[in-house]
Design a protein around this ligand. Structure first.
Ligand code: BDR
Ligand code: CA
Length: 309
């Protein structure tokens, strides 16, 4: 099994990624969820994560992380609603958060796993950067970080920048320069699959706890998108999770990528050296294409095969 910590800012598509991860515990050994401010404030992302994980019957630790980006003011996203989970209300868990914060939780598991721990980061990279700053030896202890963030071309927050990298560009810079093996699942692939109605219907038809919560989240996403744009919803964070589980889902190219931390137009841009002008070795394995059919088939099968309770 792959020992994994998921760093999340739950968040609707984060919630779908968490649900998919919890349906994959035959392959993943999820050590902890760590939370960060992003889509909404950290009190809400932590609460949403704890409620979701416990509602699905898992007692995996949930450790609270950064309240705000390293240097910038927190910028949240209105598209996930005021609580982060739209109009979905989960039972409030009475369980406590893990006694260590996100940074020390990551370090604890990284140290005890002797270089085998993988991280999946689907929010701003604040916790990971703080972990590197607080525990510099961490860079030798992490096997790989898969990041939902950035884009080789274009943005969704600004014309050049993806939301997670925009929110905490200073943290992104530290992580991208860390030397830890990085996989970037950016908008180049996460914007391609758009939730088709037949996938929604098939998930809805599954009679289990995972599908019931996912359907409520999809309902919110579908209504929201009808109101604000004409495109069906994207599941950015679930695609990053799937990339760990499905080796043939995504095509990659290696690039040297730097982060713009200021920039009047380009704050948070993941700048790839396409023409090798810097002569630097690549530091990122970047997603360039995705097989959408494979992704949807995987998603439907996950819900169909899930524990029927
Ligand atoms: C990313 O931004 C957030 O709103 C989503 O949860 C995802 O992680 C997409 O740009
Ligand atoms: Ca997210």
């Amino acid at each position: 099994k792959i020992p994994l910590i998921m760093d999340v800012d739950t968040g609707t598509d984060d919630a779908i990624a968490i649900i998919c991860a919890l349906m994959s515990v035959d392959i993943l050994n999820i050590k902890a969820f760590t939370t960060v401010a992003g889509n909404v404030g950290v009190d809400l992302t932590s609460r949403n994560t704890l409620n979701l994980v416990r509602a699905l019957g898992f007692d995996i630790p949930v450790a609270v992380g950064a309240r705000k980006p390293l240097k910038k003011a927190l910028h949240t996203a209105i598209s996930h609603g005021s609580t982060g989970l739209g109009d979905v209300h989960l039972p409030r868990s009475k369980n406590l958060f893990y006694p260590k914060d996100a940074v020390d939780t990551i370090y604890q598991y990284a140290s005890s796993l002797n270089g085998e721990l993988e991280l999946l980061a689907v929010g701003p990279l604040t916790n990971l950067a703080e972990a590197i700053l607080r525990h510099p030896d961490l860079i030798k202890l992490i096997k790989r970080i898969t990041i939902m963030g950035g884009a080789l071309r274009g943005g969704n927050m600004t014309q050049t920048s993806e939301f997670n990298c925009y929110v905490d560009p200073d943290a992104s810079k530290i992580v991208f320069e860390s030397g830890i093996p990085l996989v970037m699942i950016g908008l180049d692939v996460t914007l391609k699959p758009q939730l088709p109605l037949f996938v929604y219907e098939q998930v809805k038809a599954c009679e289990n706890k995972f599908a019931r919560i996912a359907t409520q989240i999809f309902d919110f996403m579908l209504r929201r998108n009808e109101q604000y744009c004409f495109d069906p919803p994207n599941l950015h964070d679930a695609i990053a999770l799937a990339s760990i589980l499905l080796p043939n889902l995504i095509t990659f190219k290696n690039y040297h990528i730097e982060i713009e931390t200021e920039g009047t137009i380009t704050r948070g841009m993941t700048v790839a050296d396409f023409n090798h002008v810097l002569g630097e070795e690549p530091n990122v394995q970047a997603a360039v294409d995705i097989d959408c059919d494979v992704f949807w088939e995987w998603l439907i099968n996950k819900f169909r095969d899930a524990d029927q309770s």
